[in-house]
Design a protein around this ligand. Structure first.
Ligand SMILES: [Zn+2]
Length: 271
């Protein structure tokens, strides 16, 4: 028993110390230490599988990238943002990034762990988003992936649900061998079922704003985006806003941060 506990402690220490924080400190000022027990390789594998299942379903329903002009626009903006991710973490430049647009009336977008971006057509059409506003929302979603918030949520949920011992067993099997179908669907369930916490949202707002500014998108658009989102959600509350409340606080924070990243935006525009 003592041996098991020692092994468990060693495993946890290894993973805790190996992943204190996922991103470089930058103008965004995000430096929080994170709880990341699940191996990134497993989380990315789960995410890639869940994403490809989503694409397959969308293809079957003929809702995947049906509007070519919209897809090209979303992809162009996303690629400009992705070109800047190295500022926050070098390894993200080599991620297997994917960008897709699904025909869906909801105001929604997400970026799964490892860089799997999905934008719903409703988000583009309903609020008549400008390029700067789309960059603000996609930048925010990319920031969740860069900060590995999904992995953080999965680590927390796994520990709460199954205890540390089960997690250690899961981790101990190593990436690949432990990847069962059950694991994959559990991962995607955890990703979609667990909302980001307030602090995670704040981090993504800050990093997303800086990412967009560095890509040459006007940081003021983050404010108009959230204003349009909350106005556009009157009546039927869309999924995105239930996890991303466009509170007065959030808008005030973005307004306060915009001048700090404005020089990055001006510099990017001059290039
Ligand atoms: Zn968010």
């Amino acid at each position: 028993m003592k041996k098991i506990i020692a092994l468990l402690a060693a495993t946890l220490t290894l993973h805790l110390s190996g992943c204190a924080t996922t991103t470089n400190s930058s103008a965004s000022g995000v430096t929080r230490s994170q709880f990341l027990l699940m191996p990134a390789s497993q989380v990315d594998q789960m995410s890639a599988q869940a994403y490809s299942e989503t694409l397959q379903k969308a293809k079957q329903k003929s809702t995947l990238n049906v509007n070519k002009a919209m897809y090209n626009r979303v992809n162009r903006i996303s690629q400009r943002l992705i070109a800047q991710v190295g500022v926050f973490r070098e390894d993200a430049k080599k991620w297997n990034w994917e960008v897709n647009v699904e025909k869906n009336d909801q105001l929604n977008a997400y970026c799964m762990p490892g860089g799997k971006i999905m934008v719903y057509s409703g988000l583009v059409e309903k609020i008549k988003a400008t390029d700067d506003e789309l960059a603000a929302v996609i930048g925010h979603e990319i920031a969740h992936a860069l900060r590995e918030h999904g992995r953080e949520r999965m680590s927390q949920a796994y520990v709460q649900q199954f205890g540390l011992q089960a997690l250690a067993a899961f981790v101990g099997k190593g990436a690949g061998a432990a990847m069962t179908m059950k694991g994959a669907s559990l991962g995607s369930q955890l990703f979609f079922a667990l909302p980001n916490g307030r602090e995670q949202e704040r981090e993504s707002d800050r990093i997303g704003l800086e990412l967009a500014a560095r890509a040459g998108y006007n940081p003021d658009a983050a404010v108009t985006l959230w204003q349009k989102m909350s106005a556009g959600s009157k009546g039927a509350p869309p999924e995105f806003l239930s996890t991303h409340p466009a509170s007065a606080n959030r808008i005030a924070d973005l307004k306060a941060l915009a001048p700090q990243v404005r020089p990055l935006y001006e510099k990017a525009k001059r290039k």
